[in-house]
Write a protein that binds this ligand. Structure first.
Ligand code: COA
Length: 171
């Protein structure tokens, strides 16, 4: 019997966007199981807590609704990504490439991860064309100043962004 092909899709997901969901759907076509792994990027100070990010991902995954959601799990990790992936029995790390500007950083990270664990490969997937310009930061910035982000993030994220920024304005 062949082992299930497991991939880890890591990110900060602060918050998850339709671009991330597009990538999860693509990864599900290639792998038996996808672990969405919320990690720590030391360079980032997230707006949402880990628990909030996890909840938003779960809620957003319900949109898959075709049974595929059963092949996705959401977890968080600290420490090295490759250690987490190895512990989960994953054979691959999935990352999205939106534009040439992503390449240098992703290339560096993939090579470092390979050096740290040669058994795990990084697989790059391209999101749909309509998502290539979005990032969590740009969505947050638009939402912060009252911009309409519907259609870029799932409804639960839109709601949470509105709540978060309304709350922050009270201070
Ligand atoms: N659609 C929309 N946006 C996308 C996207 C897609 N398909 N793919 C990437 N992005 C955006 C993200 O929203 C994010 O935007 P932001 O910078 O505005 O927040 C950005 O592109 C990429 O960030 P993200 O995918 O969240 O990953 P990251 O660069 O924050 O990396 C880890 C996070 C957790 C994967 C990485 O830091 C890590 O592995 N940490 C653990 C330590 C480690 O092992 N490091 C590597 C070896 S030293």
């Amino acid at each position: 019997m062949r082992c299930p092909k497991i991939a880890v899709y890591p990110g900060t997901f602060d918050p998850i966007t339709y671009g991330h969901l597009d990538l999860i759907k693509r990864a599900l076509k290639l792998f038996d199981q996808v672990i969405v792994a919320i990690g720590e990027n030391p360079a980032k100070k997230p707006l949402f807590t880990l628990e909030e990010r996890r909840e938003m991902i779960w809620e957003s995954l319900r949109e898959l609704r075709n049974g595929d959601e059963k092949r996705v799990t959401v977890e968080s990790f600290s420490g090295l990504l490759v250690d987490f992936a190895a512990q989960k029995g994953a054979c691959a790390i999935v990352r999205g490439l939106r534009a040439v500007s992503d390449f240098e950083y992703e290339f560096q990270m993939a090579l470092m991860n390979r050096r740290l664990n040669r058994r795990i490969d990084t697989v790059f997937l391209m999101p749909g064309f309509r998502w290539i310009y979005i990032s969590s930061t740009i969505v947050k910035e638009a939402a912060q100043f009252g911009g309409d982000v519907s259609g870029l993030v799932p409804p639960v994220v839109e709601r949470k962004l509105r709540e978060k920024y309304a709350l922050n304005q009270d201070y």
